[in-house]
Design a binder for this molecule. Sequence first.
Ligand code: HEC
Ligand code: HEC
Length: 432
Amino acid sequence: MANEGLPGGPLPGLTRWQQLRFEEGRLLFENEFALADGLGPAYNAKSCKTCHGGKGTSGGAGFSPLQTIDLVAKRQPKSRFPATQKASDIFSKTEAADLDYFLKSGGPVVLRNSITDDAGLKLPPGCKYESLKAKPSDAEFVSKRYAPQLYGLGFINSISDGALSYWQNRQAQPGGAGGKTAQLKAVSAVLQSTGRFGSKAQEATLIQYIARDLCGQIGITNPLNKGNSASSVIPDCLKNLLPADPNDDGSKLSKINFYLSLLAPPPRAVMSPAARRGEQRFQTIGCASCHMPAMQTPEKVYLINPDCPLSEVLSGTAEDARSSSLADEKPKFVEVKALEDKQMQAYSDLLLHDLGPGLADGYAEGAAGGSQWRSAPLWGLRYRRYYLHDGRAASLSAAIRLHGGQAAASAKAFAALSEVEKRELLAFLESL
Ligand code: HEC
Ligand code: HEC
C-alpha cells in the first residue's frame, strides 16, 4: 500500500472487488458536497474529511477548532429538577428524558454555516431563514466534542450485542469496573442495537453514525437520518429551492460505510523494554479493566453490500444479516473475511462508565447519562495531540489525571507511581 506504516489504508487481505469499493467510498469521504447534492441548509463542514482528516490521511483526527462540535440542551419545562437548582449541580443526574435539545430552533448541534450566506444561495424577498448558529443564551448544558480518528471501526461494528452484554455481566461482579451497555432502539432487524459509537455510545452501528454526521454535520438527508437537525426551522420559501429529500437515497451512505468498515486500525509501534514494563503496569493499576486490551471479532462477519439498494437492505430480516446468498445477484450482505476471527486491540470495553463530576457535562445522550462516557479506545493514541471527548487534555498525563468516578482509584494509583514508572506507562500509551 502507498501508506505503508501510516494509518489510512485498507485492511490486509481484501478481494479485488472490496478494494474497488473501498476506493469509491474513500472518494465520497473526501468529497465536498455542494448545493445540488443537498448541502445544508445549515452545516458545519462540506466534507467528512474536513473534520476527520489528519496529516494527509483520511479517517484521522486533526487539530483545528473547526473539527469540534457543540451540542446544546436545557432542562425540560416540567423538569424533575427545579429551576432554582444550578445546572452544574445536576450534571451527574440528567437523563435524555430530562432535556430539551432545542429541536424547535434547529438544535441540538450548533451549525456554524448556512447555504444562504456561505454557499451563495439567494433567498426570495421576504423569505427568512435562521438556524442555530451559536449556543443559545439559555443553554444549560453544552457538550463540546472533538472529532475522533475513524480507524478500525469495522472491527468495533462487528462485535455482537451479546458480547457486550457478556462484558457488562463480568464487570458487574465484585471488584469489577461496573461498565454498562448502552441499550438503544433497533431501527431495523438487520442492525444491532447496543451502542458503541460516539463518546456516549449514542449509536449502535457504524452506518447509523455515518448517517448521523452526513445529515447532522453536512446536511445530506438520507434513509437513516431523514430530518436535517435544522429541518424544523426551514421555511417553505426555502424548502422549495432545495433538492428533494432524501438528498442521498442511501447509495453514498452505503459506500462510505463500506470504506470505513474496511479502514485498517492504526499500526502499532515497536515496543521498547520500558514500554513493555508500562504495559504490565497498565494492567496492575486497573486501566485495562475499562481499556480492555483485546476483543475477538466473530467467526463470520457480514457487511451491508454497497451494491444493493439500502432501502432493500434495511427491510431485510435478522437472518439476511448473517448470511450472503450466492444465488442472489445482489445479496443484501457480503461476507468480509478480513474482519473475521481477528484480535481487535482497541483498548476499550465499549461500555459506559461514570467518570465523575469533573468530566460530567449534563448532556445526556442515547442511553448515557450526564456523567457517563464510553471507554475511549486507545488505539492510535500516538497520532492524537488532544485527549478526552472535548480535547481538553493536551497531554496523556493530564487526561489520566482527569479520570474520576469509576476510574478514580486507577487514576490515584497512577499518581502514586514513581516518575520512572509513570514514564514507562506513558511510553506504552505512546506505542499504541
Ligand atoms: C463538523 C465536524 C464533523 C464532520 C463534518 C463529520 N464529523 Fe464525524 N464526528 C465529529 C465529532 C465531533 C465526532 C465525535 C462525537 C462524539 O464524541 O460523540 C464524530 C464522530 C464520528 C463517528 C463515531 C466514531 C467513533 O469512534 O465512535 C463516525 C463513524 C463519524 N463521525 C463519521 C463521519 C463521517 C462518515 C462523516 C461524513 C459523512 C463525518 N463523520 C462528518 C465531527 C464531524
Ligand atoms: C472506569 C473505567 C476507566 C478506567 C479504570 C480508566 N479509564 Fe481511561 N477512559 C475511560 C473513559 C470513559 C474515557 C473517556 C473520557 C472522556 O472522553 O471524557 C477514558 C479516556 C482515556 C484517555 C483519553 C483517550 C482519548 O482518545 O482522548 C486516556 C489516555 C486514558 N483514558 C488512559 C487511561 C489510563 C492510563 C488508565 C489507568 C491509569 C485509565 N485510562 C483508566 C475509562 C476508564
